[in-house]
Every structure is written in C-alpha cells, then in structure tokens.
Ligand binder design. Structure first.
Ligand SMILES: C[S@@+](CC[C@H](N)C(=O)[O-])C[C@H]1O[C@@H](n2cnc3c(N)ncnc32)[C@H](O)[C@@H]1O
Length: 285
C-alpha cells in the first residue's frame, strides 16, 4: 500500500510569498544566535536592520524557491533568515573570514526544507556572474563602504536580469555633509560626503544625494529607481544614533524593536528632516 504524507513537499511549497515582519526578524535573530543577541548583538543587528530586512524582503517580492544575491553580507543573519523562509541565497562578501563565519553559521543552524546557501568570496566591483543572470539582489547597508561605487553600480546593472529587482539601503543627505559621528568617533572627510574612520584601516563611509544615487546605481544600465523610503530622522538619528547614546547601539535590542515599531512610523509620517538612510529598489526593464 502506498504511504501518504500530510507535509507539503518542498516543490509544493515553492512559490509561496515570503513575509518577514519586524517581530519575525527579531525572533530569527534569537533562533540563530541565542537570547544573548537581545542583550548585546554579535553582528550588526540593531534598530536599522529591524527596519531594513522586512522592507527589503517586501520590496523584492520574494517567493519560496527564489534566488537572492546578498551583496556585502558581513556577519549578518539576513541570508539565514531568507534561507529559513525557503529562499536560496548567495552570500557575496569580500572578507574571507566573514564568509567562513557565514558558512559555519549555516552548518550550525540549517534545517531540512531551508533554501540553499552559497557563500562566495568576491568583490561587488567585479561580480562573478553572467550578464542579465540574477533576478533578485539585496545590498543592506553595505555599498556605502566601497570606495569604487561606480564599479558596483555598473556591476549591478550588468548582472540584474531583465524584469529583475535590486533592493538597496544607503546613507543619505539632501546636500553636503560636513561631518559624521562628530564628537563620538573621528571620521575624516576624504571627498564630498565621503569619510574614513581615523585609525581603522579601510573603514570608508559615504552619504548619497538623490542625484548621486541616480548617477551611480540607476543611470549606467538604464535601471528605474522606485519605492524610495527614508529612516533615521531627527529622533532616531539626531537624538540617538549620532549622539553619545549610540553607545547603546548594540545593546538591549528589544528597545530597538520598540523604536522600529513606534518611532519609525511616526517619523515617516510627520518628520520632514533628512533621513540618515534611504531604501529603494532598482528595476531592469
Ligand atoms: C556594514 S557591513 C554589511 C552589513 C550587512 N549587509 C548587514 O545586513 O548587516 C559591510 C560589509 O561589506 C563588505 N565589503 C566591503 N567592500 C566590499 C566589496 N568590494 N565587495 C563585497 N563586500 C564588501 C565588508 O567586508 C563588510 O562585511
């Protein structure tokens, strides 16, 4: 007699829409890193990521079985969250130690039914993919650290498949920033809206105007920018992140959940000041 199973097969589940709420993002961090992540984060997880990961997942319009290229993953849990949701992920990162960290993390936390996970040491300035081959690209707070961003813009435009979507989050200014983290850490200006952190080799950081975003990431390959949304305005950035309170940045992550759920929507609705970061999508016709 043939046996039956009530569990849908992986193939049957493929195609289901993927939803990642702010709560679920925090729950995933706990599942992947343990409860200590709420007290002191081991990666870059904090207020901004609680806003960025759900936004990027929605903006990419992801379904189980899709493939996402995550550019500049660092030691982020985002690729693991996507894998848990049945999405296949390529982790592309320049630092081999961080890629090894990602592979170890994957081995330690993988479950049956997860999406596949491809860790890759490569530079976003020369990505080892064919033209028009990748339908979904995420770059969460990573491209601002790459000095040759023009090369990254060209590469995203080259590899994005027709009809594909890239979801990017990047630091923003409407004009010209004279300082960054003034009085907290020393960042020295090295160009218009570009800084390097004193004493920390290679720590580069750049802010973008709308025109910079268009010129660097949209125009080279004729991509269409849309869904532009800001975060981190006068309260979340001005009274918190770019002040001495930033020492609590990696601590007490539950406070970040409250800030993301309560203050961020209020700022979005009522605060017209410059956001610290913007999130936007690029579409290839
Ligand atoms: C702020 S971290 C990434 C944050 C991460 N995406 C997240 O969601 O928390 C920036 C990462 O970009 C990586 N990176 C810097 N230059 C790169 C390049 N040319 N290509 C790929 N990754 C690069 C750094 O090694 C670092 O791990």
């Amino acid at each position: 007699m043939a046996t039956t199973t009530l569990q849908p097969t992986r193939r049957q589940r493929d195609g289901q829409a993927v939803r990642l709420s702010k709560w679920r993002t925090v729950a995933y961090e706990v599942a992947l890193n343990g409860w200590r992540i709420l007290r002191e984060t081991v990666n870059d997880f904090s207020l901004w990521r609680i806003i960025e990961y759900p936004w990027a997942t929605r903006a990419l319009n992801l379904r189980r079985g899709d493939l996402v290229l995550d550019v500049g993953s660092g030691t982020s849990s985002y690729p693991h969250m996507l894998a848990r949701e049945g999405v296949n992920v390529i982790v592309l990162e320049l630092d081999p130690e961080r890629v090894r960290w990602q592979a170890r993390k994957r081995r330690a936390t993988a479950r049956p039914g997860d999406g596949r996970f491809f860790p890759l040491v490569a530079s976003a300035t020369a990505m080892p993919f064919c033209a028009d081959s990748i339908a979904r690209i995420a770059a969460i707070s990573s491209l601002e650290h790459i000095p040759d961003d023009a090369a990254v813009g060209r590469e995203i435009g080259r590899i994005l498949a027709p009809g594909g979507i890239a979801a990017l989050t990047l630091p923003f200014t409407s004009g010209e920033r004279a300082s960054f983290f003034a009085g907290i850490r020393r960042f020295v200006p090295v160009g218009r809206n570009a800084f390097v952190q004193e004493g920390k080799a290679g720590s580069f950081f750049r802010f973008y105007t709308l025109e910079d975003l268009e010129r660097t990431y949209a125009r080279p390959a004729g991509l269409r920018m849309s869904r532009l949304e800001g975060f981190g305005r006068s309260i979340l950035n001005g009274r918190y992140h770019e002040t001495r309170l930033t020492r609590y940045w990696r601590r007490f992550v539950l406070k970040d959940l409250v800030l993301a759920l309560v203050v961020h929507p209020l700022e979005k609705r009522f605060d017209r000041s410059d956001p610290l970061y913007v999130m936007f999508t690029l579409h290839k016709p």
